[in-house]
Design a binder for this molecule. Sequence first.
Ligand SMILES: [Zn+2]
Length: 223
Amino acid sequence: MTEISELYDKKVICPICNTEFETKKVRSAKLRLIRRDEDFLAYYAGESPLKYNVFVCPNCGYSASESKFDSITSEEKEIILKEITSKWNKRSYGDKRTWDEAIKAYKLALYIGEVLNYKKVELGSLCLSIGWLYRIEEKQQNETRFLRLARDLFEEGFYKESLVGTNMDELKLGYLIGEISRRLGDKEQALKWFNTVLSNPSLKVNPMLENMIREQWRLIREG
Ligand SMILES: [Zn+2]
């Protein structure tokens, strides 16, 4: 019996041009988590689902993360046709992806997110994912560049935007801003954000996060 592949083909219909295409996904039964970094990057023994989270339409170039892919208004559709499709060289990201191809897919999604005026937190999440991909590739300068972008976007989002409809809440976002700042070597800023989250009374319902913050806070104090 041949072993079932880690990847399978998911059929997707593009909400912009109605083309049906296939994109790879990792079978959840095949995921083998090794460890997680403190900013939530998960490492797997085999294929990483992070590489396949962005869908790219090979026909029109529309790209977005799976959770965002279908939510598009008719006005946004016009913007994509004008700003993206008219300049798109048809190519597919539907096969097994290298890390570099995954980064390219995320950069397309990031560009489209900027064109469509996504929330800062959503743009920040795409930047964080790109930073993670560079971390896995051990390209530290690029990682740092995208972590900084992510941190600044998260910070702007924290102050200016509602988090409703995003995959973030105030505690997780505050913690992430602190942890990314710590990784960037911005100790003061990291401590400020960790303290902000630690003083939030609703942290009591999330003891795991509280422990993580206290641990990272200690790392800075002792470092
Ligand atoms: Zn399309």
